[in-house]
Design a protein around this ligand. Structure first.
Ligand code: NZQ
Ligand code: ZN
Length: 386
């Protein structure tokens, strides 16, 4: 295990009815920007709950943050904040709204062209606008981490950035919001959170048994809760379990002291930028094939996954590791998520070259926990995903 420092300042309020507490978490007399997405919050009652909780504050609204939020949209909110002297942002939505708010929060005081924050994957270490979040879609973990992913639509760059001031001051996680989610978004959330754990866990043995067991428990809980939440999104017990598992999958805890992979995400972001495929689905297309191509360096952890999470006991270590990859694909299929790029687009034959060229131009020549996922491996992984 490597040395580590654990810091996570986000206050989490979990459970039914917690939205009503928002007013007590924001400084009195704050001027608030209420940021949201395409309008789901008007249909499921979340907007009414939020505005009721904010009735003693001056609130300006900014709606229309799209899935895979666009820089071009978010800069409009930055102007609104400057013009109206806003001192707090409340993001209400899924990962896209919360990530969008992270960008807005960082861009207000950035001296220079705020596009650089995205293009240079900057470490945000300057003054930001404080913000809170009301999560409406369990998936990304954005409600308790300091990372964000924003797309520059003009150049089709979907890139992540992060920084310590970007943790939400608080996040409200009321599992009743799950009841209005379409099956497609619940499936996306289950796949995304599962792969978040894998990015931190399917590496090589790093003498981190507690992190391993944390990771395995999150994976096991996601497998257990998936059929229940898909069959009844209004099942409160299942929704609480699903929501909490998604937060724990990417709030930094299981990454402490270990090297992580994240190449499935790097390739996945390109598939979203190129073809508009939902984030969670891109991971289901790429993840299993990355494990095939990088089998030699990941087989010990794959076998551990097979034994401890998928309960596979028959066969040699290598056979168990191979069966774990098959079980992962079967899990995605059980969510009705297709795992081949050709299931999503007919126009896929150039994809590997496009992605390799983009990675080369960004200097991403050797990635993953052992810096051994080179451009020839990227090409192989993407082509195996066709
Ligand atoms: O925009 P509205 O109308 O709100 O509708 C949204 C959107 O269309 C809808 N929705 C959200 N909550 C709902 C609801 N519909 C009905 N009932 C509700 N309660 O769901 C649609 C998708 O929302 P979105 O926020 O895009 O989904 P998700 O939470 O999966 O976020 C995906 C984004 O997060 C990034 C992804 O790359 C992608 O851009 N990620 C962020 C991460 C982070 N910050 O740590 C890590 C992840 O790996 C991921 O990359
Ligand atoms: Zn993800």
């Amino acid at each position: 295990m490597l040395n580590f420092e654990l810091y996570n300042p986000t206050r989490l309020l979990y459970g039914k009815g917690q939205i009503a507490s928002i007013g007590q978490l924001i400084l009195p007399n704050s001027k608030i920007l209420l940021a949201y997405g395409g309008g789901s919050i008007f249909k499921n009652g979340v907007y009414n709950q939020v505005t009721e909780a904010l009735k003693d504050f001056e609130v300006i609204e900014f709606g229309g943050i799209e899935p895979n939020p666009h820089y071009e949209t978010l800069v409009k909110a930055v102007e609104l904040i400057k013009k109206n002297k806003i001192d707090f942002i409340l993001g209400v939505g899924g990962g896209s709204v919360i990530d969008g708010v992270k960008f807005i929060s960082a861009a207000v005081h950035y001296e220079g062209d705020s596009k650089e924050i995205i293009l240079n994957k900057m470490n945000v270490n300057w003054q930001t606008v404080p913000y809170g979040a009301v999560l409406t879609l369990p998936a990304t973990g954005s409600e308790m981490n300091n990372g964000a992913v924003v797309t520059i639509a003009e150049s089709n760059d979907k890139l992540s950035f992060s920084g310590e001031p970007l943790y939400p001051l608080f996040s409200i996680c009321d599992p009743t919001v799950v009841s209005s989610l379409p099956q497609r978004q619940i499936a996306n959330g289950l796949a995304d959170s599962f792969v978040h754990v894998l990015e931190q866990y399917i590496t090589y043995p790093q003498n981190a048994p507690l992190q391993d067991r944390f990771a395995e428990s999150i994976l096991s809980v996601i497998l257990e809760v998936a059929p229940a939440i898909l069959s009844d999104p209004a099942d409160y017990d299942a929704a609480t379990t699903y929501m909490w598992a998604c937060t724990m999958a990417l709030n930094g805890l299981i990454a402490m002291g270990v090297k992580e992979d994240w190449v499935t995400h790097a390739i996945g972001h390109e598939l979203t930028a190129l073809y508009g495929i939902d984030h969670g689905r891109t991971l289901a297309i790429i993840g299993p094939n990355l494990y095939q191509v990088m089998f030699d360096t990941k087989k010990e952890k794959l076998a551990q996954l097979g034994r401890r999470v998928f309960s596979i006991s028959e066969g040699s270590e290598e056979e168990i590791a191979k069966k774990a990859i098959e079980a992962l694909v079967a899990f995605f299929h059980s969510l009705e998520i297709k795992t081949k790029l050709s299931d999503y687009t007919a126009d896929y034959l150039q994809t590997s070259d496009i992605i390799v060229n983009r990675f080369r131009s960004r200097g991403w020549l050797a990635m993953g926990e052992q810096k051994n996922i080179t451009l020839d491996k990227i090409k192989e992984i993407v082509e195996l995903s066709y």
